[in-house]
Design a protein around this ligand. Structure first.
Ligand code: FPP
Length: 227
């Protein structure tokens, strides 16, 4: 395969703009998040038609706790509902769930649901990785501490202790809603990732938008610092 026809194996998305989507429609913010879950569902269903082996989604950052309590509750309830309703589909479609972040400190019932979902999807061939209570700087600091305990601190030993250690290298990072920043997401993993920033608000993001981003990716020349 020539470099120009490269395919993205690992795509990550910062799903932004749920609140603005709801505001534009004079709806409560929670409706934006609900519609955002529908966009997630459609995207996961479309993965089988793409070369993407792993899709990583930024669902809840370690900074999102600063949001009003009722919005945090809404997001946690949506997570509960999503896992419950979509787990059978993940299993049927060979989707393996992976979680990044300090998810074990979430509510005990969510932790139990996630543990069950991880166990039931362990054999899947395509990965849906969900970042929950995730922050990249904390991830890197924790990985460096573990690497130091194990021996020499090197790029490889840090990478081996990140939440993404078993995932393919990150190829493409997408952020919706027109914001152009990384917001403490996958800072280490994004070192050589291609980036696509789109004005589309997350609830309006469809599999066709993913295909478009994948097309942009395959047209880019990646040099990894070489020439
Ligand atoms: C950003 O929109 C979005 C979030 C903080 C949460 C993303 C969560 C979902 C799409 C739903 C849950 C996900 C799963 C996998 C079930 P925003 O509220 O910051 O939007 P704004 O910037 O327009 O206010």
């Amino acid at each position: 395969m020539s470099e120009k026809q490269q395919e993205a194996r690992h795509v990550a998305i910062i799903m932004d703009g749920n609140g603005r989507w709801a505001k534009r429609k004079h709806l409560p913010r929670v409706m934006g998040h609900r519609k955002g879950v529908e966009a997630v569902r459609a995207l996961v269903r479309s993965l089988k038609d793409t070369p993407v082996e792993c899709l990583t989604l930024y669902a809840f950052s370690s900074e999102n706790w600063k949001r009003p309590e009722d919005e945090v509750d809404d997001l946690m309830n949506l997570m509960r509902k999503f896992i419950k309703s979509d787990l059978p589909e993940f299993i049927a479609n060979d989707v393996k769930l992976h979680i990044l972040g300090d998810w074990r400190s979430l509510a005990p019932d969510i932790v139990a649901m996630l543990e069950d979902a991880l166990a039931q999807t362990a054999k899947g061939s395509r990965t849906l990785a969900v970042a929950l209570n995730y922050g990249a700087q904390a991830e890197i600091a924790a990985a460096a501490r573990l690497a130091a305990k194990q021996g020499e601190v090197t790029e490889e030993s840090i990478a081996a202790n990140l939440y993404t250690a078993d995932l393919p290298p990150l190829d493409l990072l997408i952020r919706t809603s027109g914001e152009v920043r990384l917001s403490n997401f996958l800072l280490w993993q994004a070192a050589y990732a291609e980036m696509v920033f789109t004005e589309i608000l997350w609830p309006d993001f469809t599999p066709a938008h993913l295909m478009d981003a994948l097309d942009q990716f395959s047209g880019r020349e990646r040099r990894f610092g070489g020439r």
